[in-house]
Write a new protein. Sequence first.
Length: 217
Amino acid sequence: MTSDLFDAPELRQRWTEPLGPGAFVLRGFALDDEAALLSALDVVIAAAPLRHMVTPGGFEMSVAMTNCGRLGWVSDRRGYRYDEQDPLSGLAWPALPGVFLGLAARAASAAGFEGFQPDACLVNQYQPGTRLSLHQDRNERDYGAPIVSISLGLPAVFLFGGDERADKSLRVQLGHGDVVVWGGASRLRYHGVLPLKEGEHPVLGRRRINITLRLAG
Ligand code: SIN
Ligand code: FE2
């Protein structure tokens, strides 16, 4: 399998792309932490396996999810919410790894948000064909904190819309190691992910992992 040059860490550039007020793509920002991120991810997934949650409407989500941190995002027939327990095990979610916390704080700071201390971390796994429809992140208590979203593995097209569902979306290609931060005036912007294209990533194989950090409680 030939790997895309764009995915070779030593060849990838780091730069910042503004998406709007308080919203940026930090290209390659996670690459220096790649090994530590992946081993922390393994620990989290071993303790709280990826699973397909059910929407309040009764549909199984195509994205497989798990969480770490004090609060985890869950969906079931009763609705969406943050919960301190993993419903699969009845136990607390695994601890939020230090490497996630450090990277999130540095990314937030690079985007102008100092002192970001997330308490919730959602891990999303996309396989080819999987998508995430447009939504707002609005189950969090305080919209003063930004969202920090780390992309690993296969590239995806991230839709970054406006404050209304019908607003036109920017289409942003996200690759391995890219980090998106949105907060401030952009905190409630609609966003989603187009169906993942078929592919094989040299490090993560046939999938994309997204790690989203939030201050929820
Ligand atoms: C999300 O909105 O929770 C995930 C976004 C992404 O996968 O890039
Ligand atoms: Fe989201």
